[in-house]
Design a protein around this ligand. Structure first.
Ligand code: GLN
Length: 194
């Protein structure tokens, strides 16, 4: 199994390192042609406006939409914004996931925070909460039919969702030592059907 990490801007190395710790063949993806031969793709965190500009300039949008039709894709943080169908205070780009998001939803005082998250779909995810690391994170404000919410903050705000083999997290599992979200994504990659 080979998984790529979109390497235009943002937190690429940490995702590659986590995948490799799981013995997965992980590659940086810098050109559209490097999507070939991948079974899954991670769109990392970073600055969604910067990544979005590079995606548009490099004619990535259609090839990525085509890739996502029959492969697993996971967007973290800025990646969530790029995958969303609706972005308040911004423009949707890939529109892969039937979710609406709000950028920088947690305000200036709490730009970054950590909160343990109960996640039923990952291994032992109810007994051992996942460390949710949030950095100028977006939040999900609405989800369409067929979108499963995987995790919420204590106040009920949804922060992770899955639609078929498309996964999104507002937080950064690659910045924790915990490999369970990457293992969960690898399972989605292995699944042939949504
Ligand atoms: N605030 C960033 C954005 O709007 C996302 C931050 C992140 O990816 N850590 O794109």
């Amino acid at each position: 199994m080979r998984i790529g990490v979109l390497a235009l801007q943002g937190g690429v190395r940490e995702h590659l390192a986590h995948l490799r710790r799981l013995a997965i063949d992980a590659r940086e993806v810098r050109t559209v042609s490097e999507l070939e031969g991948l079974q899954g793709l991670i769109v990392p965190g970073g600055e969604s406006t910067a990544i979005g500009r590079l995606l548009t300039a490099g004619d990535w949008v259609e090839p990525l939409r085509a890739f996502a039709r029959d492969h697993a894709v996971w967007g973290t943080c800025a990646g969530m914004i790029l995958m969303a169908r609706e972005v308040s205070g911004g423009r949707p780009l890939l529109a892969l996931l039937d979710i609406a998001v709000e950028r920088n939803a947690f305000g200036r005082q709490i730009e970054s925070f950590e909160e343990p998250l109960s996640v039923a779909e990952i291994e032992d995810g109810l007994e051992a909460p996942f460390p949710g690391v949030f950095i100028r994170a977006p939040r999900i404000t609405a989800v369409g039919e067929g979108v499963h919410i995987l995790a919420r903050l204590a106040d009920g705000t949804p922060v992770a969702a899955r639609q078929g083999r498309l996964l999104t997290t507002a937080f950064h599992p690659e910045l924790t030592p915990d490999l369970r979200f990457h293992a969960f994504f690898a399972d989605l990659v292995r699944r042939r059907r949504p």
